[in-house]
Design a protein around this ligand. Sequence first.
Ligand code: ATP
Ligand code: MG
Length: 416
Amino acid sequence: MESRTFAIEVVKTLQAAGHEALWAGGCVRDQLLGRTPKDYDVATSAEPGEVRNVFGKRWTLPIGASFGVITVLGPKGSGVDPIEVATFRRDGGYSDGRRPDAVEFTDAREDALRRDFTINGMFFDPIESKVIDYVGGKEDLKAKVVRAIGDPKARIEEDKLRMLRAIRFASTFDFELESATLAAVQQNATQIGAVSGERIGAEMRRMLAGPNRAVAVELLRESKLLEEILPSGESLYADSKKWNAMLAAIRQLSELDFSAATAITLQAIIEKLGVGEVVDRWKLSNDEKKSIGWISKNWKTLAVGHQKRWSEIQPVLLHQDASRALAVVDAFARSSTPEDTQALEAISFCRQRLAWSTDQLNPQPLLDGGDLIDLGIERGPKFKQILDAVRSAQLDGEIETVARAKEMALELASGV
Ligand code: ATP
Ligand code: MG
């Protein structure tokens, strides 16, 4: 079963039981934009207990019941994602700058008014195929504008996460951020600390992995959020040449990859502070940390790959993040004026080598540790150096046979 079919089913079931029920928020927006919704949310006049009664306890989870949300499970074996059914609500006060202190159940109109942006504030009745719009979302969607519902200042102040969401929606859809909404973000940017590192990281992941990340980075800077979410923002701006080069590169980056995009965006900071500071701030995963750190450290080597000894480049090319690092080289090379032809040459060299067979690209070593021991060379500080030197000589074509490799190992061991 398709998620969409199930989402219609849920609305039908609630309406048949005498409740008001509508699709709400992001899925309505996405559908009007001609995009496939990531998930469907249903809003209803039924209170959580009633929702559970309508679908049966077995088919519902009350995880979010305290703020009016019941999760409705799809039919057994259907494979569809569960749908969150939320009772129409208004939010009580916000004392922590992030979450409402309490919720009260209300009608659809007030439920629309508590939502963040007009384009996210619409309902859709999938049975009658009708959009219900209390907030002017349709016009803003048409005009391509992200606008806070109600007073932008108050809405941003009560939940600081909306600042990042505003920029994410404006950038992913390539919409304008309405001026009063942008001003409210600028005024509150220093308060972004009310949002957890994980949430900041999650928003950054979606912005930087998307095709419109250059717009996102520019908006983050314009809204003054960028300097707040980086450990040392000013180092990115001190040098406008560096900033412009970074923006040009991020525009050129062909891969929709978070690590590569982050390595470009944060290059100046990573060079200065290392990757750890950023990773801690955004609570990124270990894999992301390794990837971003490796790309930052190695892309410049690949950019001159054709001029290096093969033994130096080969291990870099074999790394799992090599193609991401090459995408970074490519982005910088094509975005510089004039184009960096030397780097482009290096890229085509690297790509040719990557197309080699495994035997050619990564031949069996002529010697391993066991061979050295058989030769009477003892484990110690020189052991690995000898193995590495023999391996390099092999890759660089200086030695081709096991016999010659053994000779070389013995010469190195005796210090000749
Ligand atoms: P996407 O799922 O693509 O990120 P979305 O708009 O569906 O976009 P969700 O986080 O899934 O975003 O939230 C669903 C809806 O809930 C939103 O469309 C919006 O109406 C409302 N909403 C979500 N977060 C907030 C918030 N911080 N403040 C106010 N309303 C919000
Ligand atoms: Mg959603």
